[in-house]
Design a protein around this ligand. Structure first.
Ligand SMILES: Cc1cc2nc3c(=O)[nH]c(=O)nc-3n(C[C@H](O)[C@H](O)[C@H](O)COP(=O)(O)OP(=O)(O)OC[C@H]3O[C@@H](n4cnc5c(N)ncnc54)[C@H](O)[C@@H]3O)c2cc1C
Length: 631
């Protein structure tokens, strides 16, 4: 089955995405317009991305002291992406957008993630511009966001610092008003920023005319000290090059300097940077006031977005879509490995079939043939071995199941934005609960899929002559950025399942229950419906037990095993629902494949939740109480 066939099935037959055309916002769309977008993206990904995936891995970004050097292919790929209109696909027509549903946008972007995740499409730039559309002033939108949508400028998200990754309340970057008239700047209240931002993706390059950094920093209170905690964090637009109110470059370089490039395990096509803000390498507009710095124009100029102290809230506004984007990237890297290893397994001859012993297991007769050692017989292709099929089926179950989950979440985003009020509110709440899973589950299990793809290739998989080791290296990032695995788990068990007195969890249980009811009417799915009902009860009971003592330290000590069990239960639900759409002879080989992948998930994967939930249920403190000196 080609990837496109799988995608089309999930979009149209399972999710009925074409029904979105009934919504006023999408009235000009239909299945043909969706297909045209998918076709264009598939073609650009095939022509401009896939052939250069290895190039961008081996020709890592370099800094010559002046500029960052990237392969030519990156320029061409990103130019083609911007020209396709995908950066503003979901925006209004008046803004040059296509008013495309997010479901279709996410599906279309999946081709780029599969072809070359690290060349990058527009996740950061579009996320940056969308944030400004939600929280910026009309002029900030026109000057910065519009030019990002047009591909003239690109965007970054500058949250992390060397000493503050997961714990953003500890950021040390400071912002002080830039002179007495700082409020009067038409681009927004003008501040001077000083500090270091670590790990900033796409933080320096020459791919676009300008780079628009969105930077979190603290404004000192009246006592000159920063407000502690996240309440003190504000958000600023810090352009690499200053612009006027019509978006034209003024010719002034802002005081943002590349301190160094990070040399990564994978995802090497995208620069990753340590940026120094306001250290005086590029003194700028000394005459406009120095904000109490050194009087020589030091301090990067930044324009406040939204209200002071609301920086994290503004950033988190975009979190659901950003995390679905990461989940989709992890999924598609898994999918790329699945297709590569499937192809390899169909062509690699190795070993002989294990037959049945004659006479019901007595060691007589054709013994060599029975154990697969009869050299007189021709070798078989490895796809004929049961263990290889196990590894292929696991990849199929992880990656196609995860793709279905990402598209389901993307469909919830559309519901939240265009649905009737009650449905929109339910979608919002479901997204709260499902987003940590949409991000973390593929980061773990589609990475495991990549490991299985290497295994199927044997020794060849461990070399750079085949693409699968790169997929694994690229995918390894996804459990780390956009909130580590551990942080996602704390968010799920510590916050998401509790919000609105557990209404989100109850709503999810309702949706799962409705799938179970429908599956019970099909004899071939009855066994799985029962198993899923039991899993759901186990998750609910473990959630209660985790919090039974009311001690966060006990409840959250096993947050990751909880998230693993929760995620597997969600994926079992997704697979059962997909299997319901794949019943009957009309579903053909593709339908049979989905039915069997669902069976695999229920028989080989879902039973794992018992072990994960055991430690949650009993609030096991083996790890939490392990004495440091005993390591
Ligand atoms: C390639 C790459 C690209 C990135 N791009 C960007 C970007 O564009 N913009 C940006 O702002 N950042 C970016 N990041 C930063 C990324 O978001 C951080 O690396 C991440 O948030 C973790 O922070 P840290 O590296 O400081 O690790 P730490 O926060 O030090 O975490 C180390 C370990 O401790 C665990 N841990 C931390 N706190 C807790 C806790 N309270 N309870 C339990 N466990 C805990 C974590 O789960 C992790 O396993 C990027 C990172 C990488 C590697």
């Amino acid at each position: 089955m080609s990837y496109r066939q799988t995608l089309d099935f999930l979009l149209y037959e399972w999710l009925q995405a074409d029904a979105l055309k009934e919504r006023a916002r999408f009235a000009d769309h239909n299945r043909e317009t969706f297909a045209a977008v998918l076709d264009t993206c598939e073609r650009i990904a095939r022509e401009k991305y896939a052939p250069f995936n290895r190039t961008v891995d081996t020709e890592e970004p370099r800094f010559d002291g002046e500029t960052v050097i990237l392969p030519q292919a990156t320029y061409e790929a990103q130019r083609a992406y911007a020209a396709s209109g995908m950066l503003s696909a979901a925006r209004d027509y008046e803004m040059g957008g296509m008013q495309l549903p997010y479901t279709v946008e996410a599906a279309a972007n999946s081709f780029f993630a599969m072809a070359s995740v690290s060349i990058g499409s527009g996740l950061l730039t579009a996320g940056n511009a969308n944030l400004l559309m939600a929280h910026g002033t009309p002029l900030q939108q026109a000057v910065f966001a519009q030019n990002e949508f047009a591909g003239r400028f690109s965007g970054t998200m500058c949250l992390s610092e060397p000493q503050a990754g997961s714990s953003l309340s500890d950021i040390a970057t400071r912002a002080v008003p830039d002179g007495p008239n700082y409020q009067a700047d038409p681009l927004g209240p003008r501040f001077r920023l000083r500090g270091n931002k670590m790990w900033i993706s796409a933080g320096e390059h020459e791919l676009t005319e300008n780079i628009i950094h969105l930077v979190l920093a603290k404004i000192p209170g009246p006592d000159g000290k920063p407000v502690p905690g996240t309440r003190g964090i504000s958000l600023f637009i810090v352009p690499k090059k200053l612009v006027d109110t019509s978006g034209q470059l003024t010719g002034e370089r802002n005081d943002v300097a590349l301190a160094g490039l990070n040399h990564k395990c994978g995802w090497r096509g995208t620069t990753n940077t340590l940026l120094n803000f306001g250290e005086g390498k590029y003194p700028v507009r000394a005459h406009q006031g120095n904000g109490g710095l050194d009087g020589a124009g030091a301090g990067a100029i930044g324009y406040l977005v939204g209200e002071p102290g609301q920086g994290l809230r503004c950033m988190f506004h975009m979190m659901n879509e950003a995390r679905i984007g990461i989940g989709m990237a992890a999924t598609m890297l898994g999918m790329a490995g699945y297709h590569a290893s499937l192809d390899y397994a169909k062509h690699r001859p190795q070993g002989r079939p294990i037959g049945l012993r004659p006479n019901g297991g007595q060691n007589q007769g054709d013994g060599a043939s029975a154990v697969g050692k009869d050299a007189a017989r021709p070798q078989i292709r490895i796809i004929e071995h049961a263990d290889i099929k196990r590894m292929l089926l696991a990849q199929k179950a992880y990656c196609e199941g995860s793709l279905a989950l990402q598209l389901y979440c993307a469909r919830l985003v559309d519901e939240q934005h265009t649905g009737a009020p009650e449905a929109a509110d339910e979608a919002r709440l479901l997204l709260e609960v499902l987003t940590p899973i949409a991000k973390s589950w593929p980061s773990e299990w589609c990475l495991e899929a990549n490991s299985l793809a290497i295994q199927i290739h044997g020794g060849y998989g461990y070399t750079r002559d085949f693409p699968v080791e790169q997929y694994w290296r690229d995918n390894r990032l996804n459990m780390i950025h956009e909130g580590t695995h551990g942080i996602q788990a704390l968010d799920l068990l510590g916050r998401k399942v509790l919000i609105e007195e557990g209404r989100g969890l109850a709503l999810l249980a309702d949706r799962i229950g409705s799938t179970i009811d429908r599956a019970r009417r099909r004899p071939e799915l009855l066994e799985f419906a029962d198993q899923l009902e039991q899993a759901l009860q186990q998750v609910a009971s473990a959630t209660r037990a985790a919090w039974a003592s009311g001690q966060p330290g006990e409840a959250l000590a096993n947050a990751v095993p909880y998230m693993q069990a929760f995620g597997h239960t969600v994926l079992a639900w997704i697979w059962l629902d997909v299997a319901l759409k794949s019943c009957g002879p009309a579903a053909g080989a593709a339908g049979q494949g989905r039915q069997l992948a669902a069976r695999f998930f229920f028989r080989y994967e879902l039973p794992k939740i018992a072990a994960w939930l055991n430690v949650v249920q009993s609030r096991d403190m083996t790890c939490a109480h392990f004495p440091e000196e005993a390591f």
